[in-house]
Ligand binder design. Structure first.
Ligand code: AMP
Ligand code: TRP
Length: 327
């Protein structure tokens, strides 16, 4: 039996190389040896205000990018979260078992709500309960995510454990799987902040659909420091981040890269970095173009994914309802 993998991505903003290196790349690689389910989490997206037309378009764009990156709908289930309503139902039930104190510790909520704590939606606060439902409803064992989602996966695990201790063995306990390199790609404009879809600065992120010209210009402007040496030194966050991006796209080791740029300047390195990223994204961009030539194709794949996910989710939900004594 292959292990069950589940992961999700929000259909908001532009998908960037942080999403790719921290998550999507691993989802593609894991298809060989795992039983995979990947989800476009539109219900998570609406925890903050969204324009309906843009949201609808972004759901197709993200799906197209995942397929173009190599998610194979024959081997993996790919679907839209809101197409399988059992996620929301299980989220409600889990809400009734998650202590307020656990939720109040979630750092993503603290970051996202900022100084607006009284104004943000209850949904934003409750986001981790829905994420726990996404994971637990498929008896997920492994959740490949970037570093920022580790705390949420741990909350899902704690929730499963708590429920099991009350009602007996019900949920499988999930584990986060975080990449060794690329788990936290930082913003190009400010390497002390993680690269994020919600940052609007034009120079913040390299998006998967950026043209070669844009990629070259963004790297050329990326923040570094006033030193010269090109070294993997965590105390120099700008150059460290760029080197990490180079490492993941080139597949070379740290030593090889440092030797390659020995005696060279930041300008030369940034040019080489841009080319390696442009070449790395080229096949994905070409496949994306082919896929989106027929707009009905992505919708058909998503509909089929939901068909396959629904019975799996329904089975778990029923098991949980029975345990609780509902109905
Ligand atoms: P999101 O953009 O929040 O929908 O995240 C989708 C996936 O990308 C999650 O697994 C995140 O952990 C991962 N991710 C998001 N931002 C980064 C980043 N800057 N570096 C590495 N992984 C990231
Ligand atoms: N919260 C995740 C993010 O922003 C997306 C997500 C929703 C997810 N449900 C999930 C990731 C379940 C893994 C498993 O990146």
């Amino acid at each position: 039996m292959k292990k069950r993998v589940f992961s999700g991505i929000q259909p908001t903003g532009d998908i960037h190389i942080g999403n790719y290196l921290g998550a999507i790349k691993y989802w593609v690689a894991m298809q060989e040896n795992y039983d995979n389910i990947f989800c476009i989490v539109d219900l998570h997206a609406v925890t903050v205000p969204q324009d309906p037309k843009i949201l609808h378009r972004k759901i197709r764009e993200v799906s197209g990018l995942l397929l173009a990156a190599g998610i194979d709908p024959k081997r993996s289930i790919l679907f839209i979260q809101s197409h399988v309503c059992a996620h929301s139902e299980l989220a409600w039930l889990l809400n009734c078992f998650i202590p307020m104190g656990w939720m109040q510790r979630m750092t993503q909520f603290k970051e996202k709500s900022g100084t607006q704590k009284e104004q943000v939606s209850v949904g934003l606060f409750d986001y981790p309960a829905l994420m726990a439902a996404d994971i637990l409803i498929y008896d997920t064992q492994v959740v490949p995510v970037g570093e920022d989602q580790k705390q949420h996966v741990e909350l899902a695990r704690d929730t499963a454990q708590r429920f099991n201790s009350i009602y007996g063995e019900t949920f499988t306990l999930p584990e986060p799987l975080i990449p060794n390199v690329g788990a936290r790609i930082m913003g190009l404009d400010d390497p002390t902040k993680k690269m994020s879809k919600s940052e609007t600065g034009t120079n913040h992120a390299i998006n998967l659909l950026d043209t070669p010209e844009i990629i070259r210009a963004k790297f050329a402007r990326a923040t570094t420091d006033s030193l010269r040496e090109i070294r993997f030194d965590e105390k120099r966050p700008g150059i460290y981040n760029l080197l990490t991006i180079y490492q993941t796209f080139s597949g070379r080791s740290k030593e090889e890269i440092e030797a390659q740029f020995e005696g060279k300047g930041y300008g030369d390195f940034k040019k080489a970095l841009a080319e390696v990223v442009i070449e790395g994204l080229r096949p994905l961009q070409e496949r994306y173009k082919e896929l989106t030539a027929d707009p009905t194709r992505i919708d058909a794949i998503l509909a089929e994914g939901a068909e396959r996910a629904r019975p799996l989710a329904a089975k778990t939900l029923e098991r949980v309802q029975k345990k609780i004594g509902l109905g």
